[in-house]
Write a protein that binds this ligand. Sequence first.
Ligand code: URA
Length: 438
Amino acid sequence: MRTVEIIDQKRNGQELTPEQISHLIEGYCSGRIPDYQMAAFAMAVVWQGMTIAETEALTRSMIASGDTVSLKEISKPTVDKHSTGGVGDKTTLVVGPLATALGVAVPKLSGRGLGHTGGTLDKLESIPGFRTRLELPEFIATVNKVGMAVASPTANLVPADQLLYALRDATATVRSLPLIASSIMSKKLAVETDAISLDVKVGEGAFFRTLDEAREFSKIAVELGSRMGRKVHCMLTSMDSPLGRAIGNSIEVKEAIDTLHGNGPSDFTELCLSAATTMVSLLRPAETEASIREQLEKAVGNGTAFTTFVNWITAQGGSREVLENPGLFEKAGRKITVPAPASGVVQKTHALALGNLAMALGAGRETKEQEIDHTAGIYLERKPGEKVQKGEPLATLYTNREGPSSQWEARLLDAFEIGPGEPYPIPSPILEGSPPVA
Ligand code: URA
C-alpha cells in the first residue's frame, strides 16, 4: 500500500477502506509514515471530510494503537461521563458521587487543564493527599469498593491520538469533525464502560462555538458508540458563561462540596442533576427519568451523595478532614475584591475572558509543563440575572502572584456586562435538553 496514493484518494474525495486507514495510523505510530505525509492526510480530511464508516475505521485504528481498559472485573454496570471542556466545570466531582449513590459504577480516566479550561485531575489534586495515579488493579479495586474512581490515563492509552493531536495542532487541522470525533471517542471507547454520557459544551468558552457544530459532533459520537456496541448520549450545554460561581481548583472543589450538600449554584446544580439522571438512565432504561431524578435529589437531601463523595476521595488518599471542613483548604496569599462600577443587572459573564483571567492568576497552565497554583481562582459574587449596586462586590480574585491588582481588576470588569432591567433567574446551561435515553 502506498501512502501517497491514500492521501491522493482522500484529497480527491474518495472513501478509504478500513485497511487503508489502519495502514496510515499504524505507519504513523511506528514512525514509518513521516509527519509531512500525515499532515497532508489530515488536511485532506479537513477539506473532504470522512464518511461515518471511515470515521469508525479511524476510531478503531486509534484505539488499537494502544491499550484498552477492560472493566470486566467491576461487578456493577459502568458508566463514564465526559465533558468537552469548559470554565468552572467541576461536574465530575458531583455527578460521579450522585450516580454512584444510586448504585451504578463510575470508573473514569480524566485529564488535566490546558489553556482557559480546567481539568478534573488538577481540581482533585488540590485536595491534600489525593492520588490520581492508580495502577489498573487499584483503579478497579477502588471502583468495586466505593463505586467510583478517577485517575490519570496510562501513557499507552490511544498513543495515536497524542501524536496526531500534536500534529493537527501545529498544522491547523484540528477543526475537522471526523478528526475531532475520532480523537475524543477513541479515548472514551478505549475504556470499556457500558455507557458514556457526553456533555458537549457550546459557546465562546467552549471548543464548539456553534450549536450546529455541537449537534453534528454529537450525531457522530452517538453513531460511533452504537457501532461499537456502547450506549452514548449527548447533552448540549452552554459555555458562554462559566458554570457555577467558582473558577479554579480548590475553590471549585469547595463549590462541588456545597452542591453535594444541596447548596450549590442553581445552574451548576441543574446540570449535575440532569447529567446524573442521564448516566443512570443509560444503564436502567426501564426506570423513568423522573423517578431517577427524584432518587438523586433524595441522595443529596439525605447526605448519601456527600458520603459517597467522601468514601471515594478518601479511598484515593484524600483528606477526610478537609472535605468535612473545607475552611481547611490552603488559602491564596492575596484576595482582591472587585466592586461593581455601576448599578444594574448582570447580563453576561464572558467565559473565555474569565478562564483566561483565572489562568493569569495561576489557576491554569498555558503550556503542558507549567505548574498550577491550586489556591488561585475567581469567585463570581454575581451571575447573569443578578442585581448589583455600584460598589458591591462583583467578584473576588485569589492569587499568589505579584504585581499590581489593577491589571486583573480591569480584565475582570471587561468580562462582565451590566445593564438596566429587572433581575431574572440564573439561566440554565442546558441547551438541547437531555433527550430521553433511547
Ligand atoms: N479534544 C480532543 O480531545 N480532540 C480533538 O480533536 C478536539 C478536542
